[in-house]
Design a protein around this ligand. Structure first.
Ligand code: AMP
Length: 235
């Protein structure tokens, strides 16, 4: 048995952050396929190279590779009481794989939390975000206090200017490589709309879909999620 929760929502809806909060409150680990793939960046084998190139372009990794990585993660000892899936499943084939995989373990998806956010806000949350070495987070559009943002034009002006950020106290801030390109973010948002949206119908038909307004404070979103999960029928 256990608690299997899927977090769905466009990039920038706050899935990663909310997953961490659920992890703390309900004692089940977050399984983010984006994080699992990013962890491969320190490897230099052929599979890792392919994954890096696709991620940098904002393109989805193939289903077989993704499903195998998730199945491997779900077999780990810390995942036996359930998990919070973040960034997976991203399409119908992955959802079908997950359903069959969990059925094989005698369990199922208990809740699909859909964090709803308009797409322009989603773009600004992803494109504008920068993080400090201590994990602190800022945003060009929403939370720029204490940060100097600048648009830096490469010497060769074939490329658009890059957004760089530095704390006024001096430390440089980082952007995720896949957030640094507006084109890659738009592609990810388009992919979400085209391929992930049908999953919403799929899970709604199974009666496990729960909608959460993601355009609120982190605490307000967390409180809604917590109430939904606490009210799930005991298995
Ligand atoms: P994320 O951190 O969830 O935005 O994922 C970053 C990138 O990892 C995506 O743009 C894809 O290239 C890859 N990725 C993450 N999850 C999946 C998935 N479920 N299926 C295919 N590719 C994925």
């Amino acid at each position: 048995m256990g608690l299997y929760v899927i977090l769905m929502g466009v990039q920038g809806a706050g899935k990663g952050l909310q997953a961490k909060l659920i992890e703390q409150e309900f004692g089940i680990p977050q399984v983010s396929t984006g994080d699992l793939f990013r962890a491969m960046q320190s490897r230099s084998d052929a599979l890792a190279g392919k994954v890096q190139a696709l991620m940098a372009a904002g393109i989805l990794i193939d289903d077989d590779t993704t499903n195998a990585i998730v199945a491997d993660r779900l077999a780990q000892p810390d995942a036996q009481g359930g998990v919070i899936l973040d960034g997976y499943p991203r399409n119908q084939a992955q959802a079908a794989f997950l359903e069959a995989h969990l059925a094989g373990k005698g369990t199922r998806v208990n809740a699909v939390l859909l964090l709803q956010l308009d797409l322009f806000t989603a773009f600004k949350r992803a494109f504008g975000r920068v993080t400090g070495a201590d994990g602190s987070s800022y945003n060009y559009y929403f939370n720029a206090e204490g940060v100097d943002f600048s648009w830096v034009q490469a010497a060769e002006s074939r490329y658009p200017p890059r957004l760089e950020a530095r704390l006024q106290s001096g430390a440089a801030l980082k952007r995720r490589p896949d957030d640094a390109s507006a084109d890659a973010i738009i592609k990810r948002i388009d992919t979400f709309v085209e391929t992930t949206q049908p999953l919403i119908e799929f899970f709604a038909a199974k009666g496990v879909l729960r909608r959460v307004n993601a355009d609120q404070s982190i605490d307000a979103v967390a409180a809604e999620i917590s109430a939904i999960l606490a009210a799930l029928p005991a298995e």
